[in-house]
Design a protein around this ligand. Structure first.
Ligand code: DQA
Length: 150
């Protein structure tokens, strides 16, 4: 089974971006660790990062028929993007929303996610570990769906 991890704006700056909040790992470091965990779980994993909302929308739409599950850190678009929510609702692929920081303990405007309601769940606040927890939850979900189908 195949999983696509989508990362939104400014996540390409991880490593140097507000390290007290987001940690010192770069995005390629986090994604490499995630790819290894995916292999242990019997999943193959692709990832991408874009600062562009339209590109993220296109990649979600193009995932149809190509991927079994999605992990999405919409970054700032979490709090603003009806287009991303609609894209998630348009494809029959389970998605787990992930955040490095605990968005619920931050500014008011970060406490609302437009995208989480179109996801099977949200994991936040554990730094890079949030991605691993999201992958494990998604793997469990995919396994359950596959079991029901047999
Ligand atoms: C973030 C949280 C968002 O509020 C913020 O805009 C980001 C990163 C996180 O992973 O903690 O860019 O998605």
């Amino acid at each position: 089974m195949k999983v696509l991890v989508l990362n939104g704006p400014n996540l390409g700056l991880l490593g140097t971006r507000e390290p007290g909040l987001y940690g010192r790992d770069t995005l390629p470091d986090i994604m490499e660790g995630l790819r290894k965990r995916a292999a242990e779980l019997g999943l193959s994993l692709d990832w991408m990062q874009s600062d562009d909302e339209g590109e993220l929308v296109r990649r979600i739409g193009a995932a149809c028929g190509q991927y079994d599950g999605l992990i999405l850190n919409p970054a700032a678009y979490t709090h603003t993007s009806v287009a991303l929510r609609d894209a998630l609702q348009a494809v029959p692929i389970p998605c787990v929303e992930v955040h490095l920081s605990n968005v619920h303990a931050r500014e008011d405007f970060r406490q609302r996610s437009l995208t989480a309601g179109a996801c099977v769940g949200q994991i936040c606040g554990f730094g890079a570990v949030s991605y691993r927890l999201a992958l494990e939850a998604l793997a469990e979900r995919l396994r359950r769906v596959a079991d029901v189908g047999t």
